[in-house]
Design a binder for this molecule. Structure first.
Ligand code: URA
Length: 436
């Protein structure tokens, strides 16, 4: 078998066999197939697609490219949660402790942000001392003792995805349904949780721009989960406007703490309640979504969710005083309010443009190893459907200098659309696809 023949087949829209896919994944992981051939192959997949069988074979080959964790030896059922990536998405910081407070073990490996889409690990780094690089044994031990872990991918899980994802990022081959499905599901299968809630984002601030694309991706991931004996619920959620108000690492960490104190933005809390509810149902802690949400609400109201965030931070070496005093987190030297340029109804707060502005301010990376500034970002003061008066604050820019503030202000003004006609609020969820 030769890599070039496999690329030719994909180029000519011929279905690849299991053996060919396994050969390609193994060869690329071991460094025998070079980046330029993998890039050509990824572009052929992006242009010509894959059948469901090919995508399943690709996912399993990538899941088998490294270590696979068996969590059933530690606790009876572990639930994992994964977002396909968005702007202002700090959901994991809330739902992991909250689901644990409801008695559900959660083992989650998170990532850093890339491009306009933020990453949970960067947000957690706003808490000094918090370790995101737990070893395999530490991960398993904490899952067994505390019943909850939120760490980086320190175990060698799905290394084929690690290599391929970095390559796709710089070869314009991220936005492919079979490549996204196999990337996400290979990591989830290797990480070992038996039940998985997928938050599939749809909109201009997501990789899937239309509902049809998001549904296709969700259905594919659920069917791959089925074939691997994992119970999967994929929620289709809005990413046309940022989630919550805060976009930027320390700002998002503060908003997650505020939310666990019961004082977070309504739409973000409703989103967290939906995700936690489905996690509790998959983990068999509740029979109906209404009962699951009531449990989560109770865990919030009693303060147990916040208490579990503190336990998580303590277990992973973080300075827990930052939860009681979030004002200790890094703050940008400049805070500048952008007023509404006109009166009317908000028709759009373009999530992608807001995410790109956060990167411009220094909150995100353009390349994998770029340093980030934890303090900078944007507070988004309005939602689609709100009425604003001219001059009313619509954004607060948290900047490190005047030059980035000026650029960010210009860009944010293009992200907002105000019109005299009323506009309905955007839904949080568009539906779900589930096992069975
Ligand atoms: N998240 C992933 O883990 N992989 C993708 O390809 C896209 C989003």
């Amino acid at each position: 078998m030769r890599a070039v023949e496999i690329i030719e087949k994909k180029r000519d829209k011929i279905e690849l066999s299991k053996e060919e896919i396994e050969f390609f994944v193994r060869g690329y992981t071991d460094g025998i197939i070079p980046d330029y051939q993998a890039a050509a192959w990824a572009m052929a997949v992006l242009l010509n697609g894959m059948t469901a069988e090919e995508t399943t074979c690709l996912t399993l080959a990538m899941a088998n490219s490294g270590e696979k964790l068996d969590l059933s030896s530690v606790v009876d059922i572990v639930v994992d949660k994964h977002s396909s990536g968005g702007v202002g998405d700090k959901t994991s910081l809330v739902v992991v402790p909250l689901a644990r407070a409801c008695g559900l073990p959660v083992g989650k490996m998170s990532g850093h942000g890339l491009g306009f889409s933020g990453g949970t690990l960067d947000k957690l780094e706003s808490i000094p001392g918090f370790r995101t690089n737990l070893t395999r044994d530490e991960f398993l031990h904490q899952l067994g003792t505390l019943g909850m872990v939120l760490s980086g991918q320190s175990v060698d899980l799905a290394p084929a995805d690690g290599k391929l994802y970095a390559l796709r990022d710089v070869t314009a081959t991220v936005q492919s349904i079979p490549l996204i499905a196999s990337s996400i599901m290979s990591k989830k299968i290797a990480a070992g949780a038996q039940a998985i809630v997928l938050d599939v984002k749809v909109g201009n601030g997501a990789f899937m721009n239309t509902l049809d694309q998001a549904k296709e991706l969700a259905e594919l991931m659920v069917s791959i989960g089925d074939l691997s004996d994992r119970t999967v619920t994929a929620l289709l959620s809005d990413m046309n406007q940022p989630l919550g108000q805060a976009v930027g690492n320390a700002l998002e960490m503060k908003e997650a703490i505020l939310t666990l104190r019961g004082a977070g933005p309504d739409n973000f809390w409703a989103h967290c309640l939906g995700i936690t509810g489905h996690m509790l149902m998959l983990g068999k802690r509740a029979r109906t979504l209404a009962a699951a949400k009531a449990m989560a609400q109770e865990a919030l109201d009693s303060g147990l969710g916040l208490d579990y965030l503190k336990r998580l931070i303590t277990a992973q070496g973080g300075d827990v005083s930052y939860v009681d005093h979030p004002e200790k987190m890094p703050e940008a030297p400049i805070k500048s309010v952008i007023p509404a340029p006109a009166s009317g109804f908000i028709h759009a707060v373009h999530a992608r443009k807001v995410g790109e502005t956060a990167v411009l301010l220094g909150a995100g990376r353009s390349k994998k190893d770029d340093p980030i500034d934890l303090s900078v970002g944007i507070t988004v003061m309005t939602k689609v459907g709100d009425h604003v008066e001219s001059g009313q604050p619509i954004f607060i820019v948290h900047a490190r200098d005047e030059a980035t503030l000026t650029l960010a202000t210009e860009q944010l003004l293009t992200a907002i659309t105000i019109d005299k006609q009323p506009k309905a609020p955007l839904p949080l969820f568009y539906g779900l696809v589930a096992t069975g």
